[in-house]
Design a protein around this ligand. Structure first.
Ligand code: SAM
Length: 730
């Protein structure tokens, strides 16, 4: 078996597409902790089984597999998807990542946990939090008069003082708090008195029920300017010179368990005096407290963090409300005093993951009526309206979580993830029916009674510097950084600075003040890391992996980028490592609806590069002209269509880039000189990659025609200047 011959594009694409819709339902393990740009587990399972398995992938995929003695490495393990999949099918695994959070998280994923014992300790902790700070998350239901009902979300608007009249102005971009898709009506904030109004027709919002002011949808704050309603002055924002932004609580979404069954829709209210008193109380308590666990690190400049500086944030602790700081510090104290080391680490991991919902950069989704965590995009977007979730979480009478972003949510997800390790499953779809297929015999971990132990080596290190025993690996499965798309260190620092306070004593990896590293293989303008740095790093890593692979074993990795240049770096790295690229295969690996993808024209299809030191190319992958490439792509689009996906222009572009890079590797390999300067290797590669046409314009043209015509006729040949003099066939 080999990936080139046995990987089933349609099957894996259909599984990967479904997984990416709700990844937690297919791979609950991902809930252990956030990592960026996780590829589908189904994809890596497909790769592993088509390389090591027996028989057609469509059968082995839903059966138990065990590959004793196989050693699989991932030099860019991140959140651990390839490693966990390899461990699950009995391989010994070795994972490396430059970011300390990665080794911590993957260990958490793989290491055994007594889930019942964990739940007991976690429940005790939640109960303590409830008794100490629970009162800060209660409110009165004005609708039915019930006291002390739990708050789901506090909604805050940024506020500045008008330069004209000195009065505070709310920077509302719009007054719509909730649409009527999940609630009985639309909810509009009154621009004058702040009362919340339930409105049936947004085209005719009418007048405020409390003060009769005219209701509006659009707010005064747009693109850095806000008109003062009182004096007419135009104010500019943000105002970093004044420090971190100021917020005003303007609305609350709460839950009223006593009115369940009577009430139609959600519960919203304008904060009352008591709610405001609770905030003042939190501020007082914060002043009197010693916050041993709240990080004092400064936010370092960076491609992503500069946005925080532009808003006046200088320290990580400034990204949290007083109430959040009190609750998070208390949580840390309780975790630090948990006697059981394994459970303590689990809870520390939970706290780190919880942070993404417990900060003042979370936004409120006015349609689905829930909090959007800080990492719903791969950056730190600062909104004008922020959402603060209930820290403790709300569990209804049936034991189900209501709302998101609290301790009970995180504990529930984590327990599910760890239970999945003991009994992993797949989801089979037949028509509209989905069946969960348990795979007895597979498990995730190092040890299990009655079973052969597996070796798990996880290290925080730059893979550019690792040396593995020659010919010791049966495969490398990985997904390298996508050049500049995700700034892992900058983003992960948000969690790292907190986790460090809890884990610092237990792990040397947490000694440094930041998880960033100059050796991180990402393009980064602030750090002056460009394409050559990326190329050199990737090249060192692939060379190290090629030395460690047994002859003929695969280095298979996924990649996508909206520009061609990063593919040049990938191609150079493969050539430097002395490898041939025997196949480039498409697989959807992101969710089209993801906030960071949606509407950006970005691709959701990755190219899987399959490389070895020798071997036969996958059948049907040869092309000697753009016309033949178009034919090849036609076949691939047909396979993706079987899986239920129609590639977009962005997807096609990435698929073309992958194929052209493979072809360039093939052309250049016989005479490749890895000792030439990086800039000239990159230039040589770029030249070879475009040999079939007159540059990227041609590729764009191919794509434009591809999407304009029916998907079955990818290319109308006469439109393209075919380069038949180029007889290279691969
Ligand atoms: C695309 S992510 C991997 C995602 C991972 N497969 C997952 O399932 O979550 C790429 C990873 O490469 C890591 N990385 C970047 N530069 C590195 C280096 N020099 N050595 C090792 N890892 C590095 C990043 O920290 C990041 O975790």
């Amino acid at each position: 078996m080999s990936i080139e011959n046995d990987f089933d594009v349609s099957l894996v694409a259909s599984l990967a597409l479904k997984e990416k819709q709700i990844q937690q339902n297919y791979r609950p393990i991902i809930a252990v902790h956030k990592w960026f740009a996780r590829r589908p587990g189904t994809l890596f399972r497909g790769l592993l089984l088509s390389e090591f398995g027996d028989g057609p992938l469509k059968d082995s995929y839903f059966e138990a597999n065990d590959f004793p003695g196989r050693v699989v490495a991932d030099p860019f393990m991140g959140g651990g998807t390839p490693l966990v999949e390899a461990n699950r099918v009995g391989c010994d695994v070795m994972g490396f990542d430059i970011n300390p959070m990665a080794a911590w998280i993957v260990r958490e994923e793989i290491e055994h946990l007594d889930v019942d014992a964990y739940r007991v300790v976690a429940s005790r902790m939640v109960a303590t939090l409830e008794s100490e700070v629970g009162g800060l998350y209660r409110t009165k239901c004005p609708r039915y008069g019930d006291a002390d009902v739990p708050v789901k979300y506090f909604l805050w608007v940024k506020s500045i003082d008008c330069i004209g009249c000195d009065h505070p102005i709310d920077l509302f971009p719009g007054y719509l708090l909730a649409t009527d898709s999940r609630h009985a009506a639309n909810v509009l904030v009154c621009p004058d008195c702040g009362e919340l109004n339930e409105v049936a027709d947004l085209k005719n919002p009418g007048h405020c029920a409390a003060c009769h002011a005219e209701l509006a949808i659009d707010g005064p704050a747009k693109r850095g300017r806000c008109l003062c309603r009182r004096c007419g002055e135009v104010n500019l924002y943000p105002q970093p010179e004044l420090g971190r932004p100021r917020h005003r609580l303007f609305a609350i979404e709460y839950y009223n368990p006593r009115q369940r069954g009577h009430h139609d829709g959600r519960f919203f209210k304008k904060p009352d005096e008591k709610d405001l008193e609770r905030i003042a109380w939190a501020a007082d308590r914060l002043r009197e407290s010693t916050l041993n666990f709240v990080p004092d690190q400064e936010i370092l400049p960076g491609d992503e963090t500069n946005r925080l500086h532009r808003w006046g944030y200088r320290f990580y602790r400034e990204l949290f409300s007083d109430r959040q700081l009190i609750g998070l510090n208390l949580s840390c104290r309780l975790i630090a005093t948990t006697p059981d080391e394994r459970i303590r680490r689990a809870l520390a991991t939970n706290l780190s993951d919880l942070l993404r919902y417990q900060n003042m950069l979370c936004r409120y989704d006015t349609t689905s009526l829930k909090s959007l965590d800080i990492f719903s995009v791969h950056g730190f977007p600062v909104g004008l309206v922020q959402c603060e979730s209930n820290l403790i979480g709300i569990v209804n009478g049936k034991g189900v979580n209501v709302g998101s972003g609290g301790w009970t949510n995180v504990v529930e997800k984590y327990a599910k993830a760890k239970r999945y390790c003991n009994a992993p499953f797949e989801v089979r779809t037949q028509g509209r029916r989905k069946t969960r297929v348990t795979i007895p015999g597979e498990w995730i971990g190092e040890r299990r009674t009655g079973a052969r132990p597996r070796s798990v080596t996880l290290r925080c290190a730059s893979s550019t510097a690792i040396e593995l025993a020659p010919a010791s690996l049966d495969a490398v499965f990985t997904d390298p950084p996508y050049y500049g798309n995700v700034q892992y260190g900058e983003l992960m620092d948000f969690c790292y600075v907190w986790l460090r306070g809890l884990a610092g004593a237990e792990s040397d990896d947490f000694k440094r003040p930041s998880s960033r590293s100059p050796d991180e293989l990402t393009g980064n303008a602030t750090e002056s890391r460009g394409i050559e740095h990326f190329t050199d790093g990737l090249s060192s890593v692939y060379q190290a992996m090629a030395r460690a692979l047994k002859p003929g074993s695969p280095l298979a990795f996924t990649f996508h980028h909206n520009r061609f240049e990063p593919y040049h770096a990938v191609g150079v790295a493969i050539l430097d490592a002395g490898l041939a690229c025997l196949a480039t295969l498409p697989c959807p690996a992101e969710m089209g609806g993801s906030i960071h993808i949606h509407g950006t024209g970005s691709s959701i299809v990755d190219t899987i590069f399959v490389c070895r030191d020798h071997g036969e190319p996958r059948r049907g992958q040869a092309f000697a002209s753009l016309a033949q490439l178009a034919e090849l792509m036609e076949g691939e689009v047909a396979l993706l269509r079987v899986a239920g996906m129609t590639p977009t222009a962005g997807d096609l572009r990435c698929m073309v880039y992958g194929h052209l890079a493979r072809r360039a590797i093939h052309i250049l390999r016989p005479n490749w000189n890895p000792s030439k300067p990086t800039s000239s290797r990159l230039a040589r590669f770029a030249e070879a990659a475009l040999e079939l046409g007159d540059g990227l314009g041609l590729i764009e043209c191919l794509i434009a025609n591809t999407t304009a015509k029916s998907a079955n006729r990818l290319l109308q040949l006469p439109l393209f200047p075919l380069d038949d003099h180029d007889a290279v066939s691969i």
